[in-house]
Design a protein around this ligand. Structure first.
Ligand code: AHG
Ligand code: MN
Ligand code: MN
Length: 336
């Protein structure tokens, strides 16, 4: 990486004036996420070591060492945002209800709420495969200074002001948008700094990767079955290749760079789909659209769905625009 590359800190400051509601508050919020990401990254990197250290030295292992990493990541992100007094509310996949930060403090003038999937793909932790964090930011709709309500969190995805993910992979990257394109930053672990490594990221319009859990195939709706068969057919540039990590962040990241589609349809096992609209689908949809891609539930744009509950699930397809359009075409055809 060249010495001239911008750091994430520099990039956030340089771009804050381009953001339509410039107050510096979003800048502080992004900086807090950057900090929490580094803390979680450190812990993820030594995931397999915790037992070894504990067994060998009878080290004074505190509760946090034994916590599952998704609980640990949840605590780090929530505590970082609360302690730095950055937001007025947080909702997390790991919490039953949203957390209101200004309920006891009417002086809290913060405008933003954050929704987060602290550790995505957590079944991959034990086997040394990439996991991630997904975050989504909205301006509150209730008056500043009052306690947040559920309405502040149940906003349509197109109201997001920022969204992003961290992928703890072969290298650790933070990728985010504030509605002016998507930029990716790679962590230099030696000095703990994120550098701009992937400016202006963009999905190729077409691709040849499809990513879904084909173990669920027999439970998929007919339109999805037909689309998967289409991907496997020998014609033109097909068969496509199948790649599925089982971590939305990692599958999305690969598909954005190489061109591809990610699908988690509804099925007889998961009649409403599996992925969560607020913590997973909306932020990824915002990133996808900002990167010239597309995200839908098979029929409707994800960011136009009106959420009705915090942990709502939806069918999800997302990625290269032409591939998503093709999959939607198969879904529509199967209904006729
Ligand atoms: P999480 O670890 O936050 O619960 O999310 C897991 C999600 C998503 O990241 C992944 O693509 C999908 O669930 C995998 O589900 P299957 O194991 O059913 O394929
Ligand atoms: Mn997840
Ligand atoms: Mn999770």
């Amino acid at each position: 990486m060249s010495k001239q590359n911008k750091t994430l800190g520099e990039f956030i400051i340089e771009n804050q004036t381009a953001f339509k509601y410039t107050t510096g508050e979003l800048t502080r919020l992004l900086n807090s996420i950057r900090l929490a990401a580094k803390v979680v990254n450190h812990e993820v990197n030594k995931a397999g070591l915790v037992d070894i250290i504990g067994n060998a030295g009878d080290v004074n292992i505190q509760g946090e060492d034994q916590q599952k990493l998704d609980v640990y990541a949840n605590d780090v992100f929530i505590q970082t945002l609360i302690k730095r007094n950055i937001v007025c509310g947080i909702a997390s996949e790991e919490e039953d209800d949203f957390v209101s930060i200004n309920s006891q403090d009417s002086k809290n003038q913060n405008k933003y709420v954050v929704l987060i999937d602290p550790l995505d793909g957590s079944s991959n932790i034990d086997v040394n495969v990439s996991v991630g964090t997904i975050f989504s930011v909205y301006r509150r709709i209730t008056p500043v200074g009052s306690p947040v309500t559920i309405d502040d969190f149940l906003q349509e995805g197109h109201q997001q002001v920022a969204a992003g993910y961290i992928v703890y992979g072969t290298s650790t990257m933070l990728v985010y948008t504030t509605g002016a394109g998507v930029n990716g930053f790679t962590l230099n672990p030696a000095i703990g700094t994120f550098y701009l490594s992937h400016p202006d990221m963009s999905f190729p319009l077409d691709g040849n990767i499809y990513s879904c859990n084909e173990g669920n195939y027999i439970h998929f709706p007919q339109g999805i079955k037909d689309y998967i068969k289409y991907c496997q057919m020998e014609e033109d540039d097909r068969p496509y290749t199948s790649r599925y990590i089982g971590s939305l962040v990692s599958d999305f990241h690969r598909n954005m760079i190489k061109g591809g589609i990610y699908l988690y349809p509804k099925s007889s096992k998961n009649p409403k789909g599996k992925l969560r609209l607020l913590y997973e689908c909306n932020p990824m949809a915002f990133l996808a659209e900002q990167a010239n891609g597309k995200a839908s539930d098979g029929f409707t744009r994800i960011m136009d769905i009106k959420p009705t509950e915090l942990h709502e699930r939806v069918p999800f397809m997302c990625g290269s625009k032409h591939m998503v359009e093709k999959a939607e075409e198969f879904e529509r055809k199967a209904l006729k």
